[in-house]
Design a protein around this ligand. Structure first.
Ligand code: PEP
Length: 256
């Protein structure tokens, strides 16, 4: 297994105060783990990012921050939007791009995902690009073609450190549903994604992003996913809202 990566996507949960409480609990629980041989990235809502960043420094927490979205333009008349520069200043190192909830409810397209991926990398943010098929596409046997199209458009510009990005494979039907695919099936899909980067995009072996799985991951099932050779990490929504559960997830993978 490569160094496992855990991404916690809080979605529209937690105030600044709730974030403070969470990080205090997280510090206590993480200190009980025997090592720090893993990466932990937390994506709070925008309003909590700066105070989370200050707290991470104050508590020396082994945590990096991601935003859940941003606008690809550097600045301008885009009411309600936020730029990469603002996120970097607030303390983010990563940004989630193309989450299915953004695609479904907020008009995110493969094209905007591509623009955001480039804008993120130009400004020094590491993109976590989400891809995944719907239940209908899966039934119709279109899983791989849908994912390939999403990746092709997100990574059309290959001159920008593709290998530094992360890809999160998140089947839409598994997100927040309690349903999960078989870890071995996810492994095969991750292998296809890696092969796609290697061959079609001609990025070469060194440029294959770490590939995470997301969709109803929790402390009970995470170890089974992480045993698979092509699953480099997980992205968790619901289960990451509790610091205790998040650390249980990490523990179940790193403690044997
Ligand atoms: C997600 O937010 O991308 C996600 C996978 O959520 P959940 O873990 O709740 O399914």
């Amino acid at each position: 297994m490569t160094r496992p990566c855990f991404v916690a996507n809080w979605k529209m949960h937690k105030t600044i105060e709730e974030t403070r409480t969470y990080f205090i609990a997280l510090q206590k629980k993480l200190s009980e783990l025997p090592s720090q041989a893993w990466d932990l990235i937390i994506a709070p809502p925008y309003t909590a990012i700066f105070s989370a960043s200050e707290q991470i420094k104050a508590l020396s927490l082994p945590v990096q921050l991601a935003a859940q979205n941003f606008h690809f333009e550097a600045e301008g008349a885009y009411t309600g939007e936020i730029s990469s520069k603002m996120l970097c200043e607030a303390g983010c190192q990563y940004v989630i791009i193309g989450h299915s909830e953004r695609r479904t409810y907020f008009g995110e397209t493969n094209q905007t995902v591509g623009r955001k991926r480039i804008a993120a990398q130009q400004s020094g943010l590491i993109p976590i690009v989400c891809v995944g098929e719907s239940a209908k596409e899966r039934e119709e046997g279109k899983t791989l073609s849908v994912i390939k199209r999403q990746i092709e458009e997100a990574f059309a510009e290959t001159t920008l450190g593709v290998g530094l990005s992360l890809v999160a494979y998140e089947p839409l039907w598994a997100i927040g549903s309690g349903k999960t695919p078989m870890p071995s099936d996810v492994n095969k899909i991750h292998q296809e994604i890696a092969g796609f980067f290697e061959s079609t995009l001609e990025t070469g072996k060194k440029e294959i992003p770490r590939i995470l799985y997301g969709g109803s991951v929790n402390e009970k099932n995470v170890a089974a996913f992480m045993k698979e050779p092509h699953i480099d990490g997980v992205l968790a929504g619901g289960a990451s809202l509790s610091a205790e559960t998040l650390v249980q997830m990490i523990a179940s993978v790193v403690i044997h």
